[in-house]
Design a binder for this molecule. Structure first.
Ligand SMILES: [Zn+2]
Length: 309
């Protein structure tokens, strides 16, 4: 799944009411631009953040891959463009409290990529239609939308999951829907909660947020809605330690001492910055989840189950 950014200052109303994105292949002089031809990269299920007069009014979900299509009739006032173009059928999901890009420009400039980015270094929108959005910037947008639309009070898990489900309910494929919910929105919210407890790798102390990952002790697939976002159900880890914990090559005993699977040889342990003497502090809230990890995820033995238990 990919993320994009679209400037729709002139055409938002037509595109939104028609349920599509459209860009010409070339202008009247026969010139084409990357911000138009990028349309051909949009695939079914991709997410496009919209900008209309400096605000995100909608999150747009592509309903099918990009295809060739003539300029829509509703665009006829725009004489600058040739008739041949690219179209993506799309669902517009309106945002209750539109995000004002100017207010977040320093983060946006930090997180947007170097190539085909929507804003120039001064924070002005680049001239053009469609631009690329990095995963990091998409995470940022999604987390901002979450915060703007959710208040902290009782029943927050239900609120969040209802909201996530509403957001993606229009995507026809269950697999794409699940992918968005699980790997993006849910992970962002879970990471935010873990950050309230501690903002570094639980094992080695790495503090750079761009590399920290949120790792569940009791996996998402086995957890109920409360457990999925419970700040005690996991830790922030650097990429190496996240991979080891996620795949069960390491775990912790009740006292927080590191357990290392016999499947992990000494050389790999060294290269992945693992040491038998490592210890972490576990809070009482962590215990039941770490116990679950120890008993169900941790590879305590040399793969007994692979030879048929
Ligand atoms: Zn680490």
């Amino acid at each position: 799944m990919a993320y994009f950014f679209v400037f729709q200052n002139k055409t938002y109303m037509e595109e939104q009411s028609g349920g599509f994105l459209w860009a010409p292949k070339m202008n009247k002089d026969g010139k084409t631009f990357s911000h138009w031809s990028l349309m051909t990269s949009v695939k079914k299920g991709d997410v496009i953040f919209n900008s209309y007069n400096g605000k995100m009014l909608s999150v747009i979900i592509a309903q099918e891959d990009c295809k060739e299509a003539h300029k829509p009739d509703s665009f006829d006032t725009e004489a600058l463009w040739e008739k041949d173009g690219w179209m993506v059928k799309a669902k517009y999901i309106p945002i209750e409290h539109p995000l004002i890009y100017k207010e977040h420009m320093s983060e946006i400039l930090k997180l947007q990529g170097a190539k085909y980015a929507p804003y120039n270094s001064l924070g002005r929108g680049n001239t053009g239609y469609l631009f690329q959005v990095t995963d990091e910037l998409a995470d940022f947008f999604i987390s901002k939308l979450g915060i703007a639309n959710i208040t902290e009070n009782q029943g927050i898990e239900e609120t969040i999951f209802k909201e996530i489900e509403d957001e993606v309910s229009l995507i026809p494929e269950e697999t794409i829907r699940e992918q968005i919910v699980q790997t993006r929105i849910g992970q962002v919210k879970f990471k935010q909660r873990l950050m309230r407890l501690e903002c570094k790798c639980k094992l080695c102390g790495l503090e750079n947020l761009s590399f920290l990952r949120a790792s569940h002790s009791k996996p998402w697939r086995d957890s109920d809605n409360y457990e999925r976002l419970d700040k005690y159900n996991g830790f922030l880890f650097c990429p190496a330690h996240d991979a080891l914990y996620d795949k069960g090559y390491i775990s912790f005993d009740e006292g927080g001492s590191l357990l290392i699977s016999p499947l992990l040889d000494e050389h790999t342990q060294m290269l992945m910055n693992i040491d038998r003497r490592m210890r972490v502090t576990l809070l009482s809230g962590h215990q039941k989840y770490v116990k679950y990890h120890r008993e169900n995820i941790f590879r305590e033995n040399i793969e007994l189950n692979e030879v048929g238990e």
